[in-house]
Structures are given as structure tokens and as C-alpha cells.
Design a protein around this ligand. Sequence first.
Ligand code: FDA
Length: 503
Amino acid sequence: PAVDNATAVVVGSGYGGAVAALRLGQAGIRTLVLEMGRLWNTPGADGKIFCSTAAPDQRSMWFRTRTEAPLASFLWLDVVNKDIKPYPGALDRVHFDAMSVYVGRGVGGGSLVNGGMAVTPSQAYFAEQFPTVDATEMYGTYFPRARAMLGVNTVDSTWFESTEWYRFTRTSRKAATNAGLKTTFVPNVYDFDYMQREAAGTATKSALAQEVIYGNNYGKRSLDKTYLAAALGTGNVTVNTLEKVKRIERAADGTWLLTADRIDVTGTVVETKQYNCTYLFLGGGSLGTSELLVRARDTGALPDLDARVGAGWGTNGNTMVGRANHIWDTTGANQSTMPVMGIDDWANTANPVFAEIAPLPIGFETWVSLYLAITKNPSRASFTYDSASDGVKLGWTAAHSAVSVAMAKKLFDRINLANATIYRYDLFGSTSKVFADDFCYHPLGGCVLGQATDDYGRVKGTSRLYVTDGSLVPGNIGVNPFVTITALAERTMARVLVEDTAP
Ligand code: FDA
């Protein structure tokens, strides 16, 4: 195939990729972003770009014949999932042996499908996880820069206390408070002024219309509206969609050579393309970047990559769980899809847990309090190259997940005891499953900062190759991760543009 040239190529358009693209574009560097998902800017037959969780169609998931929602059942009934036509939909669930990982697909990556919770970790825990990073500089410069660019805002507390749309959160807060636990508001990138207008009936509903994991049609400041819009505005950045990078190697002249498959909306490979560039930035996320680098090392394309490429992977301790409330403790038929509060027991060194109070927006009263717990699970796994599939396997086991479950259980047993309540047994498919231990939303690691890369994301054992995404985070960050990923990418770009690309 013919080889296209750019000075820099960015693989992936999630948080890490979007920050790289903007800062390269602003520096006047001709940059090409390659994204395997589609650009979500064209309304379907119903006039909407994305579908809601209530009525999923082909736009919901990445090449599936049936949706695979996190909540598999309700009252043990298979009422949640729907048959769909295979299509490059916005949400993917990638299956490994004992863990499946939800990721976003499309221009904007995870920002298209996530809950928008924009949480900065505690400085002490950040310093523990990143001992070689100057935490003072991170909290003084890069975290504020990331939050400003992402459009982080906080729900108005007066409205929060009165609106039906957050009754589910107030009910969970009451149960936590009864157990002596601390709750805290968490910021979000969803525009809360817009949400209040949705509630008032003066704006088209999105967060208040069961839209989230398959995309939001309004209100959410996803990356296509923030970093990526600004990147395209520099005039130096181009985005190619439905192109999956398969292989990276060094050309004879020392530049980078990439091979990518371009697919159509049926998933058929219609073209194999090659790209040549001087600087290569990997923003394919923990799964995408780890796979590319493990494959490059273990097929011999980049044999000098560090042995720790592929290692240090974790789920951020993710475990989902539901509690059954008393009949008088209603959670409400109307629930906003954007979480705004967490139970913060991270300071409990015997059992650190931060549990997001999650919605169950299905349009009728369920009496369910749902949570996504982030636990300080120390388990880590590695990706290994699998030559049979030319892909990777992940060494995460059920025993690793059991550590997260045990920690979450301690916290929620305490809440149940204080409130005389029980767990829900009907939400995760099988009759006895209380804790969802087989999927996660927060894949982290696989190319850990300061281990597989130097302290700025430069991949060891080669040159002009950079990682800017969640694979840099060593398996756990104690809160929802995208603000941390964004801030670390800002730090890398500030350094690289001064030291590596100056003429
Ligand atoms: P990210 O996954 O965002 O982007 C990678 C991009 O690269 C994708 O678009 C992918 O298609 C593309 N790609 C991968 N491999 C490629 C290849 N070989 N070629 C071309 N393109 C490739 N976090 C948080 O902080 N607050 C929250 O509320 C939530 N909630 C939440 C809900 C759900 C349902 C999910 C799935 C996730 C969350 N998260 C979250 C997690 C958050 O979305 C996640 O941590 C970030 O999106 C990770 O950012 P990255 O830049 O690492 O990769």
C-alpha cells in the first residue's frame, strides 16, 4: 500500500490521545490521529446521534448481535439486553479469561460512554502510586489545567437536595450516614446548568432520559467537544476514523511505520493502510496500547522494549453491587444518569474503599441502591502475547477479583447492618451473584510510568515513542481515573514538546 506521511501520529482519541493531539497541533506539528471507532456526529433515523439504555439499537455496542449491559438482569429476568445488528457502536466489552473490560469506541474514546465523574485523587495516594512524579507540580499545574480543559463543574447543592432526579443519591447517602460513613460530592463534566433545564422541561433530556453508557446526545462535555475540537481548531490535526492500528515498527531510516486496517460499518476490512511518522504517541487506552506494545516486543518488531511492558495491570479495584432498600426508602422512578456523590472510606487504612453512588435509571421504582466500588486491591496482572490470535491474553484471575469483592463486602455489610437491609441478588445474571466481579470500567496499567517508560511516558528501549493514556497508571488510583490520565498526559506533552521536538 501507499505510505501516508505525518510528522506525528497519535493512536486513539480518548483522554491521552486527545491531549497529545491538541498540544502537538498547538506546537505547529502536523499530526494525524488514527481512531478505530467512528465519528459520532450524524443523527440516525430517530434524529438522535446516540441511543439510550432504554432502547438500545446498533449504535449501542461494538459489533454485537446482542447488547451486554453491566446489569445483566432485573428480578433475574433477562429484560435488560436486546438483540442488535452488528455495527461499530459506542461501547465495547472486551472479554479476557476472568475479566471483561468496558471501553468506549469512537472519536472521544471513553468520554463518549462514561459517567463523567471528574475526580482528582488525594495527593497522598497519588504520591504513593507515582513516587517519581513531582506531586506539588501535578496539583499546582497539571490537575488544574486538565480540569479547566475538561469543563469540570459541580451540582448545585440546593437543587440536588430538592430534585426528584437525585432522590436515589440522597437515599444512599442516608444509609451510609446511618453507618457512620462519610459521603462527598464529586464533580462531573456533564453541564449541570443544562441538567437543571432538562428537569425544568426547557431543554431536551439526555442525562434525565436514560442516556449514558451508549452515549449522551446533550449536556456532556465529551472530548469531541473539548480537547479534540480545540485540536482540530489548530488546523494541524486530522482524524481518520474506523482505522485500527495493527502493527508498529521502525523503518530503515529510523522513522515509525504503522500498519492499520480500515473497516466499513459492517466490520469488513476494506483497506490496509501504512503511515510513516517521526513521533509516535500511543493513546489506545490501557488495553489498546498494551496490546500494541506487547505485540511489537514479542514478535521482534521492537525487541528492546522493557520486560515490564504488559505488566502492572489492575481494575482500579472495581466491583459493582446493589442493596435492597426498605419499602419506605424509595430511590425514585426518575434518576439522573450522572453520579454526583461517593462514599469516601479511603482513609480507613484497614479497608480503603471509595464507592460511587450509581443510578439505576430504568424508569420505575426499584428500591435498589447501586454502587460502583473502587477498592485498594493490590492485585496486578500482565498481558502476554498470544501468537495464535496475534492478540494478548490477560492473566487476571477470579482470585484477584475476590480481593475487591471482600473489601467492598466489608463496607456494604456495615451499611446493611446499620440499616437492617440486605443485598440484591437479581442484578448480575445468576441467582447467587451479589457482587459483579467479572467486569470493570477502569482498566489501568500495562505500560506503567517510570517502569516500562521513563518518568514522562517515553517508552524505554527506543526513541520518539510515547504513551499518554491509562496504561501509565499502576493498576489503581483510588478514584475514577480520567482526570488523572488527562493531567499526566498534559505533563508529558509539556515536557516532550520542549525537550524532544524543538527544532
Ligand atoms: P480511552 O479508552 O478513553 O481511549 C482509547 C481510544 O483508542 C478509544 O477510542 C479506542 O477505540 C482507540 N483505540 C484503541 N486501540 C486502538 C488501535 N489499535 N487503533 C486505533 N484506535 C485504537 N472514568 C472516570 O474518571 N469517571 C467516570 O465517571 C467513568 N465512568 C465510566 C463508565 C464507563 C461505562 C466506562 C467504560 C468507563 C468509565 N470511566 C470513568 C473510565 C474512563 O472512561 C477511562 O478511564 C478513560 O476513558 C481512559 O482513557 P484513555 O485515554 O486511557 O483511553
